[in-house]
Design a protein around this ligand. Sequence first.
Ligand SMILES: Nc1ncnc2c1ncn2[C@@H]1O[C@H](COP(=O)(O)OP(=O)(O)O)[C@@H](O)[C@H]1O
Ligand SMILES: [Mg+2]
Length: 260
Amino acid sequence: MAQGPAGTITMMALESTRINLEQLNAALSRTQRLAGIGTLTASVAHELTNPISIITNTCHNLLSQVADDNLSVDELLHYIQMIDQSAWRCARLVQTLRTYTHIDNPQVEPCDLNKMIEDSLTLVAYQFRRQFNVEIETELAPDLTSLRCDPNQITQVLVNLLTNARDAMHALGGTVHITSWAVPEEGAVAFAVRDSGAGIPPELLDRIFEPFFTTKPAGLGTGLGLSIAAGIVQQHHGRITAENNPDGGATFTVILPTGR
Ligand SMILES: Nc1ncnc2c1ncn2[C@@H]1O[C@H](COP(=O)(O)OP(=O)(O)O)[C@@H](O)[C@H]1O
Ligand SMILES: [Mg+2]
């Protein structure tokens, strides 16, 4: 009951260490997000070239066929649909980038887990295609819309796990498998990112979530991806685990209480 001055000072010191760690964590999270924005912007810019060239080519065809008075209603409808679809794809890409780069305080809102998985795949698609022969498979349970979370942060967790899966791939490429499912007995939803890469050396399994722990060459790894992912999952009162697959590669599983 009696707490002497020494105890009070220790408590205060602990409290201020906790605050400093929280601030440091927030700063690291922002730094990594900012570092990622450059790469993501390049990816999105690249992804935009396809739909934009579809739009410009279609407009060009339309103009010349109109000039030649050689355009049926069916063709006109087809062209309009192509322009419409491509314009929506552009809008979606830009929206995804805007969502990801939003650095405000966590905004908890009702979210669709599968949509966040699709957004994260859009964000990493270019990196995956450019460097490796990697197949992406998804197995998503329907109706995972009951989750309350910060969609930017959960998308960041997914991007970090997908980037690691890509880095772990052998030179010949491989498969990244993303699964989502409901865990009704826990009032939770879950997702897993499984890769067919090199796997995690068993003696390192305990260390990979530590800040700055990396086995990648300088300049390639920051060692922050998993610690930030774990921090975000913890903020959402969830769990993240890593294990090696019996047939090679690793699986990262995230379980998130829906918060409802
Ligand atoms: N999918 C994976 N397969 C094998 N090892 C992994 C995988 N994901 C993470 N790791 C290991 O965990 C370490 C820490 O990952 P992370 O925190 O994302 O930092 P970084 O990717 O910058 O190294 C990696 O350097 C790697 O050794
Ligand atoms: Mg990483």
